[in-house]
Design a protein. Structure first.
Length: 77
């Protein structure tokens, strides 16, 4: 049960951090080509954001495990 809980917490932390990192370093071009959205970024840097999010989520989950934060104790009562 604890492994499942840790995986769930990791996924929740990952998605929250990913949505926080998405608007960072966006460059919206002043002139867009025909057929493209005006608000579409020229380079979204998704791979960098994916790697950064994964690393930070792993560190946060490791610290939570290290300090004994475990949601499985709540559900076992």
């Amino acid at each position: 049960m604890a492994i499942f809980t840790h995986v769930l917490i990791f996924i929740l932390i990952w998605w929250i951090l990913f949505f926080i990192f998405l608007p960072i370093k966006l460059n919206i071009p002043k002139k867009t080509e025909s057929g493209h959205a005006k608000s579409a970024p020229s380079k979204p840097y998704l791979l960098i954001k994916f790697i950064l999010t994964s690393l930070l989520s792993t560190i946060i989950l490791f610290l939570m495990i290290l300090f004994g934060f475990d949601l499985s104790n709540i559900f076992n009562k």
